[in-house]
Design a protein around this ligand. Structure first.
Ligand code: 13P
Ligand code: ZN
Length: 273
């Protein structure tokens, strides 16, 4: 086991949870090959010893300046690495990075020089936003949930909040646990700054973001929470497609029933910090 984790049981608990969740991603069928990626802000575990660790690979550019990432550290899935491998060996399929003082680059400090995910611009843009808004959220998750990606192949669900309304209407819990719904990002090249910027805009007003014909991005207090947010919406998509396979458009809960849920549960209409 890595020396950083041996002396930091609380950090090990966070990494163990990442490993647990990546196992679920594989079991769900959301993580073919190297599909999906994760970052977790672990700055709370940083101390003088961690600050003194030398870089073990050349400094890399993020592609953006992210001012709120000053002095931060992240656990990041490695590019090309499999979630099912990460579930067993998190420190060999991911690495710990430190943001450099220029706030536009990073260096790997542990355990091995595993290059971070190609979607790092999206993850770090969201992490920067979470810190900017004083959020307690620490984790970001990109994955490839089958039913949500399938629905993003239908133009109807890419317009306005049509997908959110349909998903909310499938089962009361969707509205209760994803009260901000799902934001849509039109197709963009994976790993691009354009994708990162568009994702950032959508997460400001939604629980989860859907990348057209690609996957989802969620934020959470921890990685389990980000997984749950995705799972709640994907379950609604599964119900929609199952009901649709009966041969007609599912009825969905009425607007009155959904309004009642919003009132009774006093659901937030915007993202709480
Ligand atoms: P990485 O292996 O670089 O994390 O890429 C996986 C992916 O899902 C890209 O969108
Ligand atoms: Zn992807």
């Amino acid at each position: 086991m890595n020396s950083l984790l041996i002396s930091r049981p609380a950090l090990k608990t966070v990494i163990d949870q990442v490993a647990e969740v990546t196992g679920y991603l594989w079991q769900k069928g959301w993580a073919e090959r190297n599909g999906g990626n994760i970052t977790v802000n672990i700055t709370e575990f940083a101390d003088a010893e961690m600050a003194a660790l030398p870089a073990i690979a050349p400094v890399q550019q993020i592609g953006k300046v992210l001012p709120y990432l000053k002095g931060t550290y992240f656990y990041v899935k490695g590019t090309g690495k499999r979630m099912r491998d990460l579930a067993r060996y998190p420190m060999q399929n991911g690495s710990i990075i430190r943001i450099c003082p220029d706030l536009a680059s990073y260096e790997i400090i542990a355990d091995e020089p595993v290059m971070p995910t190609s979607e790092l611009p999206s993850h770090l843009s969201l992490q920067n936003y979470l810190l900017e808004t004083g959020s307690t959220y620490k984790a970001t998750l990109h994955t490839h949930p089958i039913e949500l990606v399938a629905m993003s192949h239908n133009r109807r669900f890419l317009k306005g909040d049509e997908l959110t309304q349909v998903l909310w209407s499938m089962i009361p819990e969707t509205l209760a646990f994803a009260p901000l719904g799902i934001g849509i990002v039109p197709y963009k090249i994976p790993g691009s700054i354009e994708l990162a910027d568009a994702t950032l805009e959508q997460i400001k007003t939604h629980d989860v973001v859907l990348w057209e014909k690609h996957g989802t991005v969620a934020v959470g207090t921890d990685i389990m929470d980000a997984f749950d947010q995705t799972d709640v919406l994907c379950k609604a998509a599964q119900i929609y497609l199952s009901a649709r396979s009966l041969g007609s458009e599912p009825e969905g809960m009425t607007a009155e029933a959904m309004h009642e849920i919003q009132e009774v549960f006093n659901l937030p209409k915007k993202r709480p910090c």
